[in-house]
Design a binder for this molecule. Structure first.
Ligand code: C2E
Ligand code: MG
Ligand code: MG
Length: 484
């Protein structure tokens, strides 16, 4: 039995006593747990192959065992992955990674003696176990997850293990229980959860997601997406110098869909690149039209983090911008976009700035913020997230944070925009704090292009905001359905 082989002591032979030729014969004869001292290339190769043999033997025995197990209708099947194992495999070699897997199976046996080992892969394993119901199964696996956190000693090295587990019920999913458990594992990894049960609803959600993606793709092809523009009031000049382009999608049966939803979906697939190409072209053409009508404003558009790190996409933007000489375009990016892949993102940002694009750091303060990245970013503008702005006149702490953020940004040579300004009081406070641009419903909701042109043509628009004490009415330009 393979589990017996695993539980038997691994014998690392003394350097002088190890005969590699004899070792190969012993391996060929089915001996397991045999290891050479590993001082020479030949010995390391020997160890690697020995470990691989064990893993594949486990795998074969395990597959049969899961098949047996899935015959038990009251059981559950779990798929467990060891976090970071593929990285360790690359760093330390397959032999160490395979030993970790082998030790893990031993630990599993000790912790859940009733469990039956299933397939063993390069980054984890499957096993079957019994539980009274789903809650009981989840509780057992949660205990297992904690117990696995104990340090593991392999070949003289110490590892801190972390596992993620997906599981499914044999009674409900029959012969597909192992596949369902694997799906639940992927879901758990994506959600950063330790243990997750497979959910039928997830299938339903997956179907809805794919239908929505299909409709979004069709909307893009049919030119059924649109842009609205939200002005930013420049406090010192009391005028609008720049606007933000925000994407809108009206689904034929579901109505307006928030960009937070459909952009998120598009980001999970390659569709975000095509969508952003459309946004860039449309923003450039609208900006040119406004400039041609004597209303030159810089148009900022939102760029997803993954596109900032995409060299070919950034090359496309550079090419496109060069074709439209003189277009005033800016990109809003979040700090997270840089923190995820700083080297590439910063290099691309330098290229984009070199081509004349303006850069604004969006939603500042809402995610990971690092002063060291902020310092390196060639940005012109910092946009403080509306989360800090909306509570500015009611919180004790936020005014201090906003004030010091404005000072830091100015010290780094950036202008500051406050997002989400909804009241005269907040605007007045931001002005005293030295904020450069104000954006929010109090100044204007996002507008269709023609309404934006009207607003830009209104000479009194900006000056109305200088007379601060009285409550201001919202600008009269019409807003679109889903415009906010
Ligand atoms: P964002 O870039 O931070 O845009 C600001 C969001 O706040 C917009 O929501 C805007 O309508 C809303 N907003 C503006 N003023 C106020 C206010 O005073 N109060 C409140 N409560 N909200 C205000 P929207 O249009 O729903 O967009 C949400 C997010 O979707 C955007 O956040 C941006 O991250 C993303 N997004 C929109 N268009 C695009 C796009 O073309 N590409 C990408 N990658 N993302 C986009
Ligand atoms: Mg934005
Ligand atoms: Mg924002």
């Amino acid at each position: 039995m393979i589990m017996d082989a695993l539980t038997s002591q691994t014998s690392v032979c003394e350097a002088e006593a190890f005969d590699i030729e004899a070792g190969w014969s012993r391996l060929a004869a089915g001996e397991r747990g045999l290891r050479a001292p590993g001082g020479t290339a030949a010995e390391r190769a020997f160890n690697q192959i020995a470990a691989q043999l064990e893993a594949s033997a486990l795998s074969a025995a395990g597959a049969a065992s899961v098949r047996d197990f899935t015959g038990d209708a009251s059981g559950y099947v779990a798929a467990m992955s060891i976090k970071g194992l593929s990285h360790l495999r690359r760093e330390l070699g397959s032999s160490v990674a395979d030993r970790i897997i082998a030790e893990t199976t031993e630990r599993l046996k000790a912790l859940l003696p009733e469990s039956r080992l299933g397939r063993v892969g390069r980054a984890g394993l499957e096993f079957g176990f019994s539980a009274a119901d789903e809650a009981d199964a989840a509780a057992a696996l949660a205990r297992l997850e904690v117990a696995f956190e104990q340090r593991l000693h392999v070949d003289g090295q110490v590892f801190d293990l972390e596992v993620v587990i997906g599981f499914a019920s044999r009674a409900r999913h029959g012969e597909y229980a192992a596949d369902c458990a694997a799906d639940a594992l992927i879901e758990a990894q994506a959600k950063g959860r330790g243990v997750l049960a497979y959910r039928e609803a997830d299938l339903q959600q997956a179907a809805e997601t794919s239908a929505m993606l299909r409709d979004l793709r069709a909307a893009l092809a049919d030119d059924a997406l649109s842009l609205v523009y939200q002005p930013k009031l420049h406090v010192a000049s009391q005028s609008v110098l720049s606007v933000e382009a925000l994407l809108r999608w009206r689904h034929s049966s579901k109505g307006w869909i928030s960009p937070e939803v459909f952009i998120g979906l598009a980001e999970e697939t390659g569709l975000i690149a095509d969508i952003t190409r459309w946004v860039v072209r449309k923003a450039i053409s609208d900006q040119a039209w406004l400039a041609g009508s004597g209303k030159p404003v810089t148009v900022y558009l939102n760029l997803s983090g993954r596109l900032l790190a995409d060299v070919s996409f950034c090359a496309w933007i550079l090419d496109t911008v060069r074709q439209f000489d003189g277009c005033a375009l800016g990109l809003e990016i979040t700090e997270t976009a840089v923190i995820d892949d700083p080297e590439r993102a910063l290099a691309n940002l330098q290229l984009l700035v070199g081509a004349g694009l303006k850069i604004a750091i969006d939603d500042y303060g809402s995610g990971l913020s690092s002063l060291s990245y902020l310092k390196q970013m060639p940005a012109h503008e910092l946009k403080i997230d509306k989360m800090f702005i909306s509570t500015l006149t009611s919180s004790h702490r936020d005014p201090l944070l906003v004030r010091s953020t404005i000072d830091v940004a100015h010290a780094l040579g950036m202008e500051v925009t406050a997002e989400g300004v909804e009241t005269a009081g907040v605007l007045a406070l931001l002005r005293v704090m030295g904020c450069d641009h104000i954006q929010g419903y109090f100044v204007s909701k996002p507008l269709e292009l023609s309404a934006l042109a009207d607003l830009l043509g209104d000479k009194d628009f900006g000056t109305a905001f200088a007379r601060q004490a009285s409550p201001f009415k919202l600008p009269r330009a019409s807003t679109q359905g889903m415009a906010g």
